[in-house]
Design a protein around this ligand. Sequence first.
Ligand code: PLP
Length: 455
Amino acid sequence: MIEVKETATKIDTKVPRLVTPLPGPEARRLLKLDERYVSPSYTRDYPLVVRTGRGAMVEDVDGNIFLDYAAGIAVCATGHCHPEVVAAIQTQAAELIHMSGTDFYYARMAELAEKLASVAPGNEPKRVHFGNSGTEAVEAAIKLAKFHTKRDKLIAFNGSFHGRTLGALSLTASRAVQRKGFGTLIAGVFHMPYPDTYRGAYGIRPEHAAADCLGFLENELFRRRVDPEEVAGIFVEPIQGEGGYLPAPVEFLQGLQKICRKHGILLVADEVQCGMGRTGKFWASQHAGIEPDIICTAKGIASGMPLSAIIARASVMTWPPGAHGSTFGGNPVCIAASLATIKLLEEKYIANAAHMGDFILKRTANWREKFRNVGDIRGRGLMLGIEFVRDQKTREKAPDFRNTIVQLAFEKGLIVLPAGENTLRLSPALLIDEEQTEFALRTVEDCIREAEKKA
Ligand code: PLP
């Protein structure tokens, strides 16, 4: 066993400790450098320049310590630098860093594939293809769906985010800026409304969102625009992430699966954000009891190391040698991190995500009465969204209000991210505890009060 190399810094607090005005002097220096040299396409909400992280805490380059309720966009499932994950990475890095699983075999790749296959819903045997990022998992799923069905049309949802490479971007329908200027994307992609149980499809009948969306698919899309026999796959996030932390109703996902099976369409669950235990079950699909033909996973899979995978029914993943591959996909160091991560998730963190999710939903149950700008609080496990509105009756969206909350939280040492137009996402590491959560919620309450005074 190799000893974990400690950095000089020890984060010795479970709640924020700010020691300079934000951003501090060293952060300001690095922000200037970043502004000069780094791609302007990135979307930073506030000037946080991180140096180190432990558990749910991060320390910036000036010694300010923050409570992290974003976990690197829902990635650091086991927290920052979990000692068991770090040890696995260090041990593996000292043995073998790279070989390329596309061309060679190496220890542990098949073991992780076996593990992922064993936890995927359904009894049919599964196979796994590895990549490096969420968007690559979606690309692989697009290619596999087309290859297997010999069909070329795809269906995805309004508000969805599947990634930024050109295939995944063709499915993404989140924000126009993500597509603007990139010309024609892949042909044959159709979008349909996502069952938003707060706003309804096209802002009507929220209580019928599931039935209305399924009706749209069968009565509108299949009748007027695309014959179901030409559709290779329907790509769905069981909980929409970037779209605003919106869970699809159970009956919708079950209905979608039924329609897919009826027409020989592959059901592809994009669990890049909602998978790996975040919702209190290994997969968000399990809350609905569905068995997707392909699952896309990334983000939380290796606690921050770049790894993704698609897990498909073995009878679907029948492409021949050479059909798809990746130089780095399933890199040995990432695989070691993933095996350590999954062990921790199964031992304790998935259960903790379920427990803490219930804790937060109970603790915030009266927020709609307490705060006039809180419209909806929803989600599962530690994938929770708070949607802000100008008026609870009209449900007019309040993006500026939400943005103010994000800024105020940062100034108080709480790291949170927006999702969708007007939702605040809570997506901490799955190891978060009640004390830290209580602190985070009190901070958000303070921010809402301040923002309501300003509004
Ligand atoms: N799919 C979903 C559901 C996502 O949330 C994301 C990223 O936010 C992606 C795909 C793309 O992942 P990546 O940024 O790793 O390419």
